[in-house]
Design a protein around this ligand. Structure first.
Ligand code: HEC
Ligand code: HEC
Length: 403
């Protein structure tokens, strides 16, 4: 056998071994799922949907429809069905439970109108089994949302050890998220200044966590766990409502309704409804507030220069990257990919419609508090904000309230 041939054979064998390992890992998770009602696996799930179901094509379709403003009759019908599903009050017969947090999407995403933000105090409790130490093939598989409500006949339970609570997150505004879904991968990567989450002290770095399998790049969730709305929504159905889909690791639970409880078309319809909901914000006044925002370096992170096929993406005030905000604004570590101190830059569009608390964990009562809680990579920017006189600080905060 020639050397080149031997090399190809060797590589092929290695590939098979790798796939078998991944597959065995996934099986193990499914077995675990049987024990505790299901383990989360956003990353693995994404890979499956992406490769098997025309997932990329749908994102491309959304990109075209958003850029052109033209919606086909088929798309319009899907959005209308998605809207009804978003408001739908789920019943036990539809697979609600056994554990769940809410009976409808709108319950947690309605301010000022669906699919907006959650009411204050409506936090998700996130649990983790720690970075890569257990059974999972993917680090994100180890974070999951706990359920606070249980159907009659099911004792309430928290994710079992080694899972422990690592933090609480509030439901974000979902309006206009299609624009975030369709930003081309290369345009996000162009802005990164780091190839690992570690930034030199005091410097703005910005990092795009890698997607381990499947196409696309991560952009949804405070910790950047999925590339697309369909993936995130599959998780929302499973964790928030106890509804199963065809997706691996979210495809069974221990209630009496046959799995999968939600069809793929329903997931697509929900994604289309969220994607095409009118974005928040609008006209931005190019005055002193914006000037100060740039001057103190807020725009180093809260700025996106994105376009699809020559159409400008509305400014959502985020670079779609993950940044270290410092130890005092951290969850317990749960995955090596996005450390506890690191967060996706929260888009600031829609702030005009919201009241505090701010930040993902709701730790800031006011917008000024939110700025003051920025440390880590944002430390210099926060210091420059503190050096402004009171009038200028007010000007900047008032500007935020117009976004
Ligand atoms: C009990 C409250 C609750 C319910 C019910 C709920 N969500 Fe959420 N949702 C959240 C929280 C909390 C987050 C933030 C999670 C995070 O960042 O890790 C979130 C995040 C999201 C995101 C990601 C947004 C982003 O900017 O990255 C999407 C999309 C989403 N939810 C869609 C839905 C849909 C669709 C439904 C109904 C099928 C739903 N949610 C039901 C609480 C809820
Ligand atoms: C190094 C990057 C970085 C810089 C610089 C930065 N931010 Fe942020 N900002 C973030 C990240 C990341 C979050 C999300 C934190 C979270 O999810 O809890 C955030 C969150 C926020 C929020 C909370 C929004 C909400 O909906 O709760 C506000 C307000 C905000 N930033 C304003 C500012 C202002 C004003 C400045 C400039 C003084 C600034 N930021 C500078 C990265 C940055």
């Amino acid at each position: 056998m020639s050397r080149a041939r031997a090399k190809i054979l060797w590589l092929a064998l290695l590939g098979v071994a790798l796939l078998t390992t991944l597959w065995a890992g996934a099986q193990l998770v499914i077995d675990e799922a049987g024990d505790d009602g299901g383990a989360a696996a956003f990353a693995a799930l994404g890979a499956e949907l992406l490769t098997s179901q025309g997932f990329t094509e749908r994102v491309e379709m959304r990109a075209k429809a958003l850029a052109s403003g033209v919606h086909s009759t088929q798309l319009k019908a899907s959005i209308a069905r998605g809207r009804a599903l978003f408001y739908q009050v789920r019943t036990v017969e539809q697979g609600l439970g056994p554990g769940y947090n809410g009976v409808s999407c709108a319950e947690c995403h309605a301010r000022p109108n669906p699919p907006g933000r959650g009411p204050a105090g409506r936090f998700a409790r996130v649990f983790s089994a720690g970075p890569r130490q257990t059974y999972s093939p993917s680090p994100t598989a180890e974070a999951r949302v706990a359920q606070s409500r249980w159907l009659a006949g099911h004792a309430s339970r928290l994710p079992p050890a080694p899972f422990r609570e690592i933090g609480r997150r509030r439901p974000p505004d979902l309006r206009g998220l299609g624009w975030i879904e369709v930003v081309p991968v290369e345009q996000i990567q162009r802005q990164t200044k780091c190839d690992s989450p570690k930034a030199p002290p005091g410097q703005v770095c910005g990092w795009a966590p890698p997607k381990e399998r499947g196409a696309g790049s991560l952009r949804f969730g405070a910790k950047m766990v999925t590339a697309t709305l369909e993936e995130f929504i599959t998780g929302a159905l499973y964790f928030e409502h106890g509804q199963t889909t065809r997706a691996p690791m979210m495809n069974r639970d221990d209630d009496d309704v046959a799995d999968p409880e939600v069809s793929e078309q329903d997931v697509i319809d929900l994604a289309n409804y969220v994607a095409f909901s009118p974005p928040p914000g609008g006209d931005v006044f190019e005055g002193k507030g914006l000037k100060l925002f740039r001057q103190v370096g807020c725009a180093d992170c809260h700025w996106g220069d994105f376009e699809i096929d020559g159409t400008e993406v509305p400014q959502f005030w985020s670079d779609l990257l993950v940044h270290n905000l410092g130890e005092h604004h951290a969850e317990l570590d749960y995955e090596e990919r996005t450390p506890g101190t690191h967060w996706r830059t929260l888009p600031l569009w829609g702030l005009r419609d919201h009241q505090g608390p701010y930040l993902t964990n709701g730790s800031a009562k006011t917008l000024a508090d939110a700025v003051m809680r920025h440390g880590g990579e944002a430390l210099q920017s926060r210091k420059r904000y503190q050096e402004l006189d009171e009038g200028e600080q007010n000007e900047l905060v008032t500007f935020l309230k117009t976004l």
